[in-house]
Every structure is written in C-alpha cells, then in structure tokens.
Design a protein around this ligand. Structure first.
Ligand code: ATP
Ligand code: MG
Length: 187
C-alpha cells in the first residue's frame, strides 16, 4: 500500500442499516465457511440464528452443525421431516420447495436476527424454487432480519437484491489435483 490510511474515521457519515442481505457466490472454496463465520459473530452477540441447508445432508455431518447448534443456532437441512426412497429429481425438487417454505416462514416470522440460506442458488438455478419468490421475500422481510445466501452462479436478481456480494474465485482447488474433501477442512 503506497498511501497512508485516511485520518478521518471511515465510518463517519455512514448510516446504520436495520439489517442486510449478504450473498456469497463464485466457484472457489469459502462460501459456506464465510457464512458460518458470520453466524459465529451473530451468535456471539446473543442473536437468534436459523440455518437452512438446501442440499441433502447425505452421509457427511459437517462440523459446523455440531458446533453452531450447540451454541444455539436452529438448523434445518433439506429433507428434514421427510423421507425419500429414491434419488429422483421430482422428489428432490419437492424437498427443495419444502425447505424454501420453511426458510420463508423463518424469515417472515421476524423471530431470527440471521437466516442463512446455504447453497440456495442451486435449487433456484434448477428452477425448483421461484427466483422471484426469493427476491420478493428478501424485499418484504421484517426489517430486523439479516439474510445470508450462498452458492455458485447467483442469478442477477439475487445480486441486485443483496447489499453485499462477494465472489469467491477459484485460483486453485486441491480437488483438481485428485485430493478428496478433508474432514475438519471441508466439512
Ligand atoms: P466451503 O464449504 O468449504 O466453504 P463452498 O461453500 O465455497 O465451500 P461449495 O460449492 O458449497 O463450496 O462446495 C462444498 C464442498 O466442495 C467443500 O468440500 C469444498 O471444499 C468443495 N469445493 C468448493 N469449491 C470447489 C472447487 N472449485 N472444486 C472442487 N471442490 C470444491
Ligand atoms: Mg457451500
């Protein structure tokens, strides 16, 4: 850095928003971990947090469920409360829609300070959840509810709806060198 930092407080003249919409997208590693890091900050302030994960939990139980649930975060994974026998897409679409209805209710309730919609861009991009519904829900949310969305290839309308958008770009990923996902690092 060639120039010294400004001497006036950078926050001066800035307003405080009652809540924000954050979007973490891109093809690099770090979207969900950044979202979970923000959840840690929220929990540290005594805030109420709801995490909705739009992927089938499968056999991996991520470390964050364990830690953040024990700190008080409410957790809902796509498929919770439902059973399925076959991996057919209609069923997955139905599960995604149910998870979205759960998430929408969590946002609208005004009960939470943070609602995290993890991997929500995928069911939106696959047409399982109406993009317009999500955008309308964000716009009409109670003003105290912060919402965090993650997932690759976020639609333009989501980018427009968010206050802060970060794109995590893949420079390298171990997976491409044939290295599998690692416990404690990836989940
Ligand atoms: P993380 O959960 O580690 O923050 P992420 O949310 O940014 O990752 P996702 O697309 O949700 O990324 O992928 C989740 C899993 O896939 C993680 O195990 C992550 O390490 C891995 N992953 C992320 N980006 C890539 C990539 N570009 N190539 C291969 N695997 C990836
Ligand atoms: Mg992720």
């Amino acid at each position: 850095m060639k120039t010294p930092p400004p001497t006036t407080a950078p926050e001066r003249g800035k307003r405080r928003a009652p809540s924000l919409v954050l979007l973490l997208t891109g093809d690099g590693k770090g979207k969900t971990t950044a979202a979970m890091g923000t959840v840690v900050r929220a929990l540290a302030r005594g805030w109420k947090v709801c995490v909705v994960q739009f992927v089938k939990s499968g056999k991996w139980h991520s470390g964050e469920v364990k830690v953040l649930s024990s700190l008080g975060a409410h957790w809902h994974t796509m498929g919770d409360g439902f059973t399925w026998d076959s991996p057919d897409l209609d069923n997955s679409a139905e599960l995604a829609r149910s998870a979205w209805e759960f998430a929408r209710a969590a946002i609208c309730s005004g009960e939470y300070n943070v609602v995290l919609l993890d991997e929500v861009t995928y069911p939106i991009n696959w047409g399982w959840i109406e993009e317009d519904d999500v955008v309308a829900c964000l716009a009409g949310r109670p003003e105290t509810v912060n919402v965090i969305l993650t997932g690759r290839a976020a639609a333009e309308s989501l980018i427009a709806a968010a206050d802060t958008v970060s794109e995590v770009r893949k420079v390298k990923h171990a997976y491409d060198a044939g290295i599998r996902a690692a416990k404690g690092i990836d989940f």
